[in-house]
Design a binder for this molecule. Structure first.
Ligand code: THU
Length: 137
């Protein structure tokens, strides 16, 4: 799958971000093994710890509809009013761990500012030495 298509979906999902407290708006687009795409945005709350990241919103939507293998995720995030800056939004540690449950280490993680400005990593690069189901056997 072309990175730019997934990035476009992430940027569109960013438009739905509910981030009145941090003003940091994030969108994610998750490509599943069957070719379906689930998007998500961050959803904050007046009780700050109840917030959910965009990546986990996308993962939970996908899993709740029967998808359990993921191939790639595009993430677009920035503070309001800073749409044109170059800094990329990398997934938080909790989201990396949640992604690892449903992917192998070569999940593509695309950190995007625009369809042409992005960096791509593997999940293994972002989460080495992961804790997984293997530890529980
Ligand atoms: N956030 C995400 O949605 N994804 C990330 O990768 C980093 C952080 C959200 C959580 C919170 O709503 C806001 O960004 C500031 O931390």
């Amino acid at each position: 799958m072309d990175s730019s298509f997934l990035i476009k979906q992430a940027i569109e999902a960013q438009g739905q971000a509910y981030a009145p407290y941090s003003r940091f708006r994030v969108g994610a687009a998750l490509l599943c093994a069957d070719g379906s795409i689930y998007t998500g945005c961050n959803v904050e709350n007046a009780a700050y710890s109840a917030a959910n990241c965009a990546e986990r919103t996308a993962v939970f939507k996908a899993v709740s509809e029967g998808r359990r293998r993921f191939l790639a995720i595009a993430i677009a995030g920035n503070l309001e009013g800073r749409e044109n800056e170059r800094e990329l939004c990398a997934p938080c540690g909790v989201c990396r761990q949640v992604l690892s449950e449903f992917s192998d280490g070569d999940l593509r993680v695309i950190l995007a500012r625009s369809e042409t400005k992005y960096e791509e990593y593997t999940l293994k690069e972002l989460l080495p030495l992961q804790f997984s189901r293997n530890n529980l056997q």
